[in-house]
Design a protein around this ligand. Structure first.
Ligand SMILES: Nc1ncnc2c1ncn2[C@@H]1O[C@H](COP(=O)(O)OP(=O)(O)OP(=O)(O)O)[C@@H](O)[C@H]1O
Ligand SMILES: [Mg+2]
Length: 261
């Protein structure tokens, strides 16, 4: 781990780091047996990078994203996120505080879009800013983002009237509307045909890179991983490969993905 530890016990910055994972583990007990699905994951992600979490089905990708977002809590270990020059130990916060932190700082895109069917496209996108209490800017920015994802003419449509690709465009706009420091995407093209998936990926990269966002994407697709600045490979809950040389802040190193599919 390329981090110094400060007096406060949190890691001090030695580069433009955004997320630090310290010995992160997750276990479930099933039929009286302890099942470890994530084992002592140690890594850190830099500001502005497109990071891929690569691994087969069941390797722990979604579990790891849910821990980074604070939706779920680890059995052991810490998640630390830098925002506004502060370091927040997400894993030390109570659920309510984690939810508030997520609403302000993290945007999430899911494989199955997760739009609210009873809200219009515009209302879906504006929802995060309304929940975060900054709804004054909500609808204007939501409409602007919908324009940017090519849906400026569908603001009043309901999600079930849209194609899968269009629904994912709405989800991308929703993930960006509160200007989060961190974007998490869980197989965002996994439910789309190849051409639409490519369009969505390009749109997501354009919008996140253009705004200097850090994007962490779970995928089992080697081709997508080939576009990433950094690739981390998970196998049965263990990080088996990660880029080297992050201590000098260069980034851009690819993992040896031989461990992938
Ligand atoms: N609530 C739970 N109780 C028990 N086991 C769970 C639970 N949630 C996840 N798991 C297990 O954790 C492991 C990792 O699951 P996870 O969903 O993180 O995998 P994944 O890499 O995202 O897979 P996929 O590519 O299919 O989405 C799996 O073996 C899964 O069965
Ligand atoms: Mg998953």
């Amino acid at each position: 781990m390329n981090l110094r530890t400060g007096d406060d016990g949190l890691a001090a910055e030695s580069g433009p780091l955004l997320v630090q994972l310290d010995a992160l583990s997750k276990s479930y007990s099933e039929a009286g047996q302890e099942k470890c699905v994530l084992e002592a994951v140690d890594c850190s992600f830099q500001v502005g990078q497109f990071i891929c979490l690569l691994g087969k089905s069941g390797s722990g990708k979604s579990t790891l994203l849910n821990l980074i977002s604070g939706i779920d809590r680890p059995s052991e270990g810490r998640v630390i996120i830098r925002e506004n020059g502060r370091q927040v130990e997400l894993t030390a916060l109570r659920e309510r505080q984690r939810t508030l932190f997520r609403r302000r700082n993290i945007g999430i895109i899911f494989q199955f879009f997760n739009l609210i069917p009873t809200l219009t496209v515009l209302e879906n996108v504006a929802l995060p800013v309304e929940l975060a209490g900054t709804d004054r800017i909500g609808h204007g920015r939501a409409a602007e983002l919908l324009e940017r994802v090519g849906l400026g003419n569908r603001l009043d449509s309901f999600p079930d009237r849209l194609s899968g690709g269009e629904q994912q465009r709405v989800a991308i706009a929703r993930a960006l509307v509160h200007d989060p420091v961190l974007l998490l995407a869980d197989e965002p093209t996994g439910n789309l045909d190849e051409g639409t998936g490519e369009d969505i990926l390009n749109l997501l990269l354009e919008l996140s890179r253009g705004a200097g966002k850090t994007l962490i994407m779970a995928t089992h697709d080697q081709d997508i991983a080939g576009l990433a600045d950094a690739v981390y490979v998970l196998e049965r809950g263990k990080l088996v490969s990660q880029p080297t040389g992050l201590s000098n802040g260069t980034g851009g190193n690819r993992a040896d993905t031989a461990a992938g599919e």
